[in-house]
Design a protein around this ligand. Structure first.
Ligand SMILES: [Ca+2]
Ligand SMILES: [Ca+2]
Length: 303
């Protein structure tokens, strides 16, 4: 037998030995140095040594994925406290990770959850947004408010502790403000895009006239009674995201976010456009890669 063959055979043998060790006699070997698996049940209280959760906090969703970046699967738990008089509403919610290697628990910082991460139908999505090919944790929860908005949070665990990369500020999206102009037009501005744009709002003409926002000739007449019948500096605003969906736009394995926001003024009922935007996390910052608006007006039978 020549040396190369001998060496090769040795490699094959040692490989076979490793395989049989791992496939072998279960936990005694596989779990060497690793903590035993824990069985987490949805709806049950969470016992998590080392972290403090409000009394009454239960497990809402459980997923198993490596989020710390060491390739050892971790337990990722969405937890929340149901309100006693409205048990489908959770406040606060949090994400707790049990490190698969150390068994240590860590939770999102209270300062980033508190009042913000609260609401109905909370759900969790794990995917890479930050670009390091390690899953990040996204939480979506409906606020239940009249604007139909949702709150969203994305956190990464790769530095050993949770770090929020998308929170309350980011959920304001394009932060559009604006003013109506005579002739059923709106001038909008997004500080995020650093861009102004003009929108034709004549599709809601009847509603504006009825609400005494415009007169029939198209002159803007609304004055804010709360401000001594002065004209407001801005009378158009955007809601936080109503929908924010992870989408891998360019199919490179890193998720982008696609969001929708309502734009309205001076009253919420006068929502005249939906703005769609796509966001990518690049170089530690969220960047808008695409933004569009659509006007949707009801088609009524003409006279
Ligand atoms: Ca891990
Ligand atoms: Ca990541």
């Amino acid at each position: 037998m020549n040396r190369t063959l001998q060496k090769k055979l040795g490699q094959i043998l040692s490989l076979a030995a490793i395989v049989s060790l791992l496939a072998g006699n279960g936990p005694a070997i596989a779990a060497k140095g690793e903590p035993a698996r824990q069985n987490f049940q949805v709806g049950q209280p969470l016992q998590a040594p080392g972290i403090t959760l409000p009394q009454g906090t239960v497990i809402v969703e459980v997923q198993r994925a490596d989020v710390t970046g060491d390739r050892v699967p971790d337990d990722v738990l969405l937890v929340g406290k149901p309100l006693s008089d409205n048990p489908s509403y959770y406040r606060p919610l949090s994400v707790v990770v049990r490190d698969g290697k150390s068994g240590q628990f860590s939770a999102l910082p209270d300062t980033r959850t508190g009042q913000y991460l609260a609401g109905y139908e909370p759900s969790m999505f794990i995917g890479d947004f930050s670009g390091d090919k390690v899953g990040d944790v996204m939480v979506t929860v409906a606020t239940g408010g009249s604007g139909g908005t949702s709150n969203h949070l994305i956190a990464t665990w790769t530095s050993g502790k949770p770090s929020v990369i998308f929170g309350e500020q980011e959920n304001q999206g394009l932060k559009i403000t604006g003013k109506y102009l005579d002739g059923f037009k709106a001038e909008l501005y997004s500080p995020v895009l650093d861009k102004s744009f003009l929108v034709d709002v004549s599709g809601l003409k009847e509603q504006y006239i009825q609400a005494k926002v415009y007169d029939a000739s198209g002159k803007y007449i609304y004055r804010d009674p709360n401000r001594g019948n002065q004209r407001n500096a801005a009378d158009i605003f955007s809601d936080p995201f109503s929908v924010l969906t992870p989408t891998d736009v360019n199919q490179d394995g890193v998720y982008e976010l696609r969001g929708m926001q309502s734009v309205w003024g001076p009253f919420h009922v006068l929502t005249f456009t939906q703005v769609a935007s796509t966001w990518a996390y690049r170089g530690g910052k969220w960047q808008v890669t695409d933004a569009q608006y659509t006007l949707t007006y009801p088609i009524t039978a003409g006279k």
